[in-house]
Design a protein. Structure first.
Length: 263
């Protein structure tokens, strides 16, 4: 059994992933994937508009996001709604579902390499990843981006952390963005070239999150290009601003002149 699969009943108002199994004239029978239980979608809960043909809205085998309306555990009956799920809720819930399925595949791959069961691996690592990063996938994605240290810092045994990081780097495609600009630096002091070099080195080595990088190189003096790579634009722009400010302040302090232009 998958370690993250829940066997209890869902809660009223919860969004569930369901597979359409059987369509009738009065509604749709579905299988709630995370609970391994049947649910029913009445025709009145398919759409806010008139439903002439249910198959215009859902098809057998299709996965849909539904909201739980009523639960009768004794009769093993759950009423669901499609029309009460917003587009944003559907998109977010599908994303969580996909990440959960990816997490299960990643854990299976890691358990195979470690020679232990998925259940044992989940007990030793899964709950730590969930508590520390919000989810198994999120934790392994961070390890793929920043390295094994992020897992070791959370208390994972070294062997587990190394294998999980190895699997993550193989299976998770890390998105990277790049932002850049131009530093115009001049320094007429006798050792001006050295002062500029030291100033740029200080800017390159500012404190920054793991998994990010700063590159600075000469285009044609007095112009130097500065490039920052990170996981998202907000983070990249923040680092670029800090690095550029450090460089400009540094060259002014060194007796030169400097300006930053964003590409």
């Amino acid at each position: 059994m998958d370690p993250q699969r829940r066997e209890e009943w869902p809660e009223i108002g919860e969004l569930v992933i369901a597979t359409v199994e059987r369509i009738t004239n009065y509604g749709v029978y579905v299988r709630m994937e995370e609970y391994e239980k049947e649910g029913f979608l009445p025709i009145s809960e398919i759409s806010s508009s008139w439903v002439k043909n249910i198959r215009d809205f859902v098809r057998e085998g299709e996965k849909v996001v539904l909201k739980v309306l009523r639960i009768d555990a004794e009769r093993r009956h759950v009423d669901l709604s499609l029309r009460r799920v917003t587009k944003r809720e559907r998109k977010e819930r599908i994303l969580i579902w996909k990440r959960t399925k990816k997490s299960e595949r990643l854990l299976r791959g890691a358990s195979s390499r470690l020679g232990i069961s998925v259940e044992e691996l989940y007990e030793k690592a899964g709950t730590i990843l969930e508590n520390s990063f919000g989810g198994v996938y999120e934790g392994m994605e961070k390890a793929a981006r920043e390295g094994v240290e992020v897992l070791l810092e959370q208390g994972l045994p070294k062997e587990l952390a190394e294998v999980l990081t190895e699997i993550a780097k193989e299976k998770i495609k890390i998105s990277v963005v790049k932002v850049k600009g131009i530093l115009n630096f001049r320094c007429t002091k006798p050792d001006g070239v050295v002062r500029i070099k030291e100033t740029l080195l200080d800017a390159k080595e500012i404190d920054k999150p793991r998994g990010t990088d700063i590159k600075i190189y000469a285009v044609s003096p007095p112009k130097y290009r500065i490039e920052v790579t990170a996981g998202n634009y907000k983070e990249a722009n923040t680092i670029l601003k800090r690095a550029a400010e450090t460089a400009v302040k540094g060259i002014l302090k060194a007796g030169g002149h400097g300006e930053f232009e964003r590409d």
